[in-house]
Design a protein around this ligand. Structure first.
Ligand SMILES: C[S@@+](CC[C@H](N)C(=O)[O-])C[C@H]1O[C@@H](n2cnc3c(N)ncnc32)[C@H](O)[C@@H]1O
Length: 228
């Protein structure tokens, strides 16, 4: 695969986060309902969820009728997920896209809050690799960090682009030492079209206020389709 980030470093960081209880007991993001509805409208059920974490979104989508393979580089996340849905053990994988058969394409490719780890170039390459996995007629469903987010922890901006997007290297907090990209809507749309996809739901912002009520973080949510 062409993801240029430090996979082992990211996996260790996420392992520590899940061990501290990240996402435990959290409800799914409402966008999962849009994904399930879009899949049903298109008559699609099977696919992959890249960066499924410990399952706050994966489990409800499975319960709603989707048959998804869950992939995550964090062994701790997958362990927690297997404990939650042991009957899905053979469909939960520690790894990234390279863990899948190289020539397999899927009706549904879902990537929620994962196509944001690394620099602009890293995340564009990851989006391209993930979107290549979408079968003709299939759906590509993404939720990713958006410009407009108030950074919650100390970070250095390491790059800015004229489209408004930027990447930061966190100095503090759970992502200390990791580089994270904040996408512009036009950037996401451009990359999806360049990957040969057509829009079903154009990038829309979704803002969540942090518990202290003083700042918010924003994500773009979008659904694209690979023409048949
Ligand atoms: C912000 S968390 C989101 C988890 C889950 N999608 C959710 O919304 O609950 C990002 C997840 O992506 C995983 N991850 C990061 N880079 C990855 C990659 N290249 N392939 C697979 N998983 C990745 C991390 O281990 C982490 O569990």
């Amino acid at each position: 695969m062409r993801w240029l980030g430090k996979v082992e470093e990211a996996a260790a960081s996420w392992d520590a986060e899940y061990a501290r209880g990240r996402y435990a007991g959290e409800p799914p993001v409402p966008f999962t309902e849009d994904i399930v509805q879009a899949a049903k409208r298109a008559g699609l059920h099977d696919g992959i969820y890249l960066g499924c974490g410990s399952g706050r979104n994966l489990v409800p989508m499975i319960e709603a009728g989707l048959d998804l393979i869950g992939l995550d580089i964090s062994a701790t996340a997958i362990e927690q997920l297997v404990a939650r849905v042991p009957d899905r053990r053979d469909r939960l994988v520690v790894g990234d896209l390279s863990a899948l058969p190289a020539d397999r394409r899927y009706d549904l490719v879902i990537a929620l809050q994962v196509l944001q780890h690394g620099t602009r170039a890293d995340t564009h390459a990851l989006l391209e690799d993930a979107s290549e996995r979408v079968a003709p007629g299939g759906l590509f469903c993404v939720r990713l960090n958006a410009v407009g987010t108030d950074l919650g922890h100390a970070a250095d901006v390491v790059e800015r682009h004229e489209d408004g997007s930027f990447s930061v290297l966190y100095r503090e907090g759970p992502k200390a030492g990791l580089t994270v990209h904040f996408w512009a809507a036009a950037e996401l749309h451009h990359e999806a079209l360049a990957a040969g996809l057509e829009p079903v739901l154009r990038p829309r912002p979704h803002s969540t206020w942090r518990p202290d009520g003083r700042s918010q973080w924003m994500q773009f949510e979008a659904i694209y389709r690979r023409p048949s």
